[in-house]
Write a protein that binds this ligand. Sequence first.
Ligand code: SAH
Ligand code: SF4
Length: 342
Amino acid sequence: MNTTGSPPKALSGFLPEELFSLNTLDKPFRAKQIFKWIADGSRDFPSMTNLPLPLRNALSANYRVFSTTVAQTLRDPDGTVKLQIQLDDNSAVETVLLTDMKGRKTACVSCQVGCPMGCAFCQTGHIGYSRNLDVSEIVEQFYHLEDAVGKLDNIVFMGMGEPLLNLEAIQRTVEILTHPDGRALSRRRITVSTSGLCEGIYRLADQGPNVRLAVSLTTADPVLRERLMPVTRSNSLSELRKAIAYYIEKTGNRVTLEAAIMQDVNTKVEHARQLADFARDLHVHINLIPWNPVPGLPFSTPSTAEVHRFAHMLEREGLTVTLRMRRGDKIGGACGQLGRKS
Ligand code: SAH
Ligand code: SF4
């Protein structure tokens, strides 16, 4: 604790120029060195051996490298790893490593403690909302995962929370992780997933960063979507479609429309037609996510046959469809399961 009673600042959430504005540093290249050390895996100041000893001591006395710790690591036999990350205020968030068939590693990170959007089919939506995460709390999820499993290829903001309600922190996190003096991750390897907040989509399109966008459409049936996703009340499907078209036009990127699909809920012929109407003339592809079980919720996972039937209906409508494999469900780490006690 410092004299103000609050814990020392964590430097993981600072860009080099911001580090330099700290009083402790007298030369810009020192800020770059610290930034690089953190990106390369240094988690305390004594290990930053190219800094003079008095500077290392001064930094240790006034700052921390990280503000969060890993409280628990869970490993699924399918290769998925889930970290429970402890925050300063004793709340916790979850971060997941997903490995695909080609061995590419993706960090699925959280941006809020809980989520205020209240989607009917999602565990996180049912645990309620506490607060936004700050930049260090988001960046550190990525670094903690790299400490656990080695270098990661991609990052997706698809953990707990609605990224576009915490856009400023997401923008700064992307700046840190893509910075050439640090981790230098490519923007193409970063995806932000939203439940469909139009204003946030416009802001992301206008302000950047130019990352990949995924929109959790779930269904293009307006009545059903409003029942499943309350966000629809203030962000109608037609407004959402316009915002997606704007994002595509402005960034040149293809957008992913995600659809968590539930048995006999959003898999009928008319749902395929409505989805096709929504997607017509948009540069999008559809990612189907068979619903992952959440105890107590009134949905069921569709059979493989139902999933394939729905996928074929969409393909016959001329859409490009991919199927997300279930990963990490034994440790409560699959899409929509975060926040569950494992
Ligand atoms: N809040 C953001 C990102 C996190 S949710 C969003 O909603 O886009 C990531 C994805 O998981 C979303 O597409 C969401 O619709 C989906 N999802 C939520 N609960 C699910 C569940 N139980 N099974 C499968 N997918 C789920
Ligand atoms: Fe929040 Fe996304 Fe879950 Fe909806 S699906 S409650 S937006 S985390």
